[in-house]
Design a protein. Structure first.
Length: 363
């Protein structure tokens, strides 16, 4: 049985069956992609360059090789024969040759999950991040699973470094990259990353418009079947915590651009959806400080979205909607304060979440 790190090999075939010691090139057919294995461009870090090449040489290429080449590499009884008679295969195309020498390999040689997470941590410059889509494509093609923790870390880093647009591109190409948004934690983290741009600008100016545009693009993608959770109650686009961040950006844009007027009724639309979907999520106070600290990243933007929406003229004028928003906002404020107390009580010295929360609740 193939080791899970290697995934299932694709039966690509080759131009001819040869003995060891010969050159072997994949045949070119209309159904094959131009490049068989993702390539990477130079990065800002020698360590990152080395890790990307390790993934390519010890995971991506072996997973793409036809069965007989894979067998020659991993079958111990063939190791010496392969060393004595090296086989070179072209894992590129006829127009762009990319030679790879088959070498004896053990399944444990494949990069570990910790090395995968290390790649994410090393992404810093825009040039580094240009390698993200090829990297995710290689992982997905080789059937390597990216853990939810690493996926969320990737999205958070993108937000911190202003690279969320590249992650949006990866989501748009999810059938190639494997970056699906069915798990609500992922689009929630993505929207938080997007809204940071607007928050850093005090929810004013062109960054609000840019963040709103990116948020709308994410929502458009969430409507695709591949990003839809089959359980309706867990579908991300139906959850108030996600709708709340959209409401926050839309209301901020209305306040900044139109003086508090809801020009296209978008604020009211999001507010209505928020109230109608509110029962789908439970807003509780975790007893453990790390969980409470994390929940604040969900609760505070939701509260702030309702707070901003209540300043929009059309929402203020609609009594039922206004009262419903005020009720949910005030209830959530109590939950937020309890979460803050939990975090403050246990680890006030290791997180700035409390300060951040109080700063937004004062706006």
């Amino acid at each position: 049985m193939a080791h899970p790190r290697l995934g299932r090999a694709f039966a690509l075939g080759c131009s001819s069956q040869t003995t060891l010691g010969r050159y072997r090139a994949f045949s070119s057919t209309a159904s094959r992609p131009k490049a068989l294995v993702p390539k990477f461009t130079p990065t800002s870090s020698p360590e990152l360059d080395g890790l990307l090449q390790k993934f390519r040489n010890k995971l991506f290429i072996p997973a793409w090789l036809p069965y007989h080449d894979k067998r020659a590499m991993y079958k111990q009884s063939k190791a010496q024969e392969l060393l004595n008679n090296p086989v070179v295969v072209n894992v590129g195309t006829e127009d762009e040759v990319d030679n790879y020498t088959l070498r004896p390999m053990h399944i444990a040689d494949a990069p570990s999950n910790s090395e995968l997470a290390r790649v994410v941590r090393l992404l810093k410059t825009e040039e580094d991040w240009q390698n993200l889509i090829p990297f995710l494509t290689g992982l997905h093609s080789s059937k390597r699973i990216v853990t939810p923790h690493t996926t969320e870390m990737l999205i958070r880093r993108a937000g911190e470094l202003g690279m969320e647009a590249i992650v949006l591109q990866a989501i748009a190409q999810s059938r190639r990259t494997g970056l699906f948004m069915r798990n609500a934690d992922f689009p929630r983290a993505m929207l938080f990353a997007i809204r940071q741009k607007a928050e850093k600008a005090n929810f004013k100016g062109p960054d609000v418009h840019l963040a709103l545009g990116q948020a709308k693009e994410l929502v458009r993608l969430l409507n695709s079947p591949e990003h839809t959770n089959p359980v309706a109650e867990k579908d991300p686009k139906r959850l108030p915590s996600i709708i709340g961040m959209l409401l926050e950006l839309k209301a901020a844009y209305a306040m900044d651009t139109f003086g508090g007027r809801d020009e296209d009724q978008g604020v009211r639309s999001y507010a209505d959806k928020l109230i109608n979907t509110w029962p789908l999520e439970k807003f509780t106070v975790p007893s453990e400080w790390p969980t409470a600290n994390w929940r604040l990243r969900t609760y505070v933007p939701l509260w702030h979205g309702m707070h901003l929406a209540l300043q929009v003229e059309e929402v203020k004028a609609q009594q039922n909607l206004r009262q419903a928003l005020e009720r949910q906002r005030d209830e959530l404020a109590k939950v937020i304060e309890s979460c803050v107390q939990t975090v403050d009580q246990h680890r006030q010295d290791v997180t700035n979440t409390v300060t951040w929360t109080r700063s937004l609740l004062r706006t």
